[in-house]
Design a protein around this ligand. Sequence first.
Ligand SMILES: [Zn+2]
Length: 144
Amino acid sequence: MNQNNCFYCIKDERLSNLMIPVCTFSTSTLYLFKDQRYPGRCVLACDKHYNEIFELSYKERETMMQDLSKVSKALKLLFHADKINLAVYEDLVSHFHVHIVPKTRDGFEWGKPFSDEKEKHFLEDAEYQDRINKIKMALQDIDI
Ligand SMILES: [Zn+2]
């Protein structure tokens, strides 16, 4: 996949079917994943199309990792997660992005990699908006 057919670059329905924009940072955009089986699951996607983490400039990588840290802390506090799982796969969608998955000891797949193969949990539009507003509010209070 290159940037001409990449849904993170084109931002077409392939993207909007999977996630909803939450906010933008200087080098990345935060999305709420529509499958909320893990409450608070998000994706942080680099704004430019890079296939690999080492293709980002030092400054872009540093900035994105700071934003990733800030989002991880906000989601951990907001969703009372015992652990934030971070995942970068990108075999099929190579645009650099990180899955941010709050997990709890008594929740799904504790101690295992999270899976997209299980039954999905979708919310009503108002519930997505409420969750997005809470994430935005939580991000305002995060200092790392
Ligand atoms: Zn892309």
